[in-house]
Design a protein around this ligand. Structure first.
Ligand SMILES: Cc1ncc(C[n+]2csc(CCOP(=O)(O)OP(=O)(O)O)c2C)c(N)n1
Length: 350
């Protein structure tokens, strides 16, 4: 059993990995190595790591397009995440999904969804499957505060509340939906009031302290696993970059940004480690190790083969063979399984 400080150090390392991954992703975007949109999670890292620490490996996780941090917290290797951003075959979705569509079946990370609210109903479906089959899994579904105004949110919560599904809804309230502050989109400021309408428990707290996040989320996960129904959790946070890299952040003041940066979750955790007796030298060494891991991820993604055009259709449409629905995706180029390919499908693609 890891001591309290070892645990905090692991959490810091993970958060710093997410932070450095995204800083390098921003650089890759500026260098045109990444196409499409890129939504960064910088400032919200304690939520991905804290929530994941409250989960078991078997549990399902759904996220929006702001998905890199959650996938890495779940255990995705940065090199497979970076390769996905660079559109490479070694990426977590074989380079076909890109930033907004990370996917990792082996780690039960079920996306990476770009349509606001769309994944909330899908996540409720995954939780229904768990209730129906009694597989003991809990589903966690992340989304932003702006998403609480759209139909999919209400449909998903309605069914989850009605059927007491084993699901925890995590609303990462980073204050803005693109450039629009919440006071211009919601008639209420306490979003947990929306949970009441669907007969579920509502919680809200700040999201810059990773262990506080873990400890506040864990009872909701346990409750869901015991069959006592869903929880809606609003976590107060802030993103330090623009909505996406193509969106200028003109809707907020520099002063507001600087004030929120005082609660930078990576800096807060680093300070907690110092308070627990770690020296600056030890922490600099950890930071250097993380830098190296991310440098390796970039080098791996740079050198990897481009996504294979011929997979575009065969990985989208399911085929039916011997009465069994089959996804045709095969394993990763380095030999890992995607976890959803049948032997017949592998032969077909060989
Ligand atoms: C159905 C739909 N409508 C509009 C959009 C465009 N859009 C992308 S992100 C976004 C704002 C979402 O804000 P929020 O839910 O608070 O999440 P955040 O980006 O802050 O994490 C909008 C309107 C979309 N992707 N899907």
């Amino acid at each position: 059993m890891a001591s309290g400080r070892d645990e905090l150090l692991r959490q810091y390392r993970q958060m710093q990995t997410i932070r450095r991954f995204e800083e390098e992703a921003a650089r890759g975007y500026a260098q045109a190595k990444i196409g499409g949109f890129l939504h960064l999670y910088i400032g919200q890292e304690a939520i991905a790591v804290g929530v994941n620490d409250a989960l078991e490996e078997q549990d399902y996780v759904f996220q929006t397009y702001r998905d890199h941090g959650t996938a890495i917290a779940r255990g995705m290797e940065p090199k497979h995440a970076m390769a996905e951003l660079f559109g490479k075959d070694a990426g977590c979705a074989r380079g076909l999904g890109g930033s907004m569509h990370f996917f990792d079946v082996e780690r039960n990370f079920l996306g990476g969804w770009a349509i606001i609210g769309g994944h909330i109903a899908v996540a409720a479906g995954a939780a229904f499957k768990s209730k129906y089959t009694g597989d003991g899994r809990v589903t966690v579904c992340f989304f932003g505060e702006g998403s609480t105004n759209i139909g999919g949110f209400h449909e998903g919560l309605s069914l989850a509340g009605l059927w007491k599904l084993p699901i925890v809804f995590i609303c990462e309230n980073n204050q803005y939906a693109m450039g629009t502050p919440m006071k211009r989109t919601s008639a209420i400021s306490d979003l947990t009031l929306k949970a009441q309408g669907y007969g579920m428990v509502g919680e809200r707290f700040d999201g810059h302290d990773v262990q506080l996040v873990r400890d506040r989320v864990k009872p909701a996960i346990d409750r869901a696993r015991r069959g006592e129904g869903p929880t809606f959790i609003e976590i107060n946070t802030y993103r330090f970059r623009g909505h996406s890299l193509s969106a200028p952040a003109k809707y907020r003041t520099r002063q507001e940004l600087e004030e929120r940066k005082r609660l930078d979750p990576c800096a807060v955790t680093r300070q907690q480690l110092k308070d627990a007796g770690m020296s600056e030298d030890e922490l600099v060494k950890v930071d250097a190790e993380v830098d190296e891991l991310i440098d390796e991820a970039v080098a791996f993604a740079d050198a990897a083969e481009p996504a294979k055009e011929e997979l575009v259709f065969s990985t989208v449409y399911a085929t039916r063979q011997h009465g069994t629905p089959t996804l045709r995706a095969t394993g990763y180029p380095d030999g890992r399984e995607t976890g959803h390919a049948s032997d017949a499908a592998k032969q077909e693609n060989a």
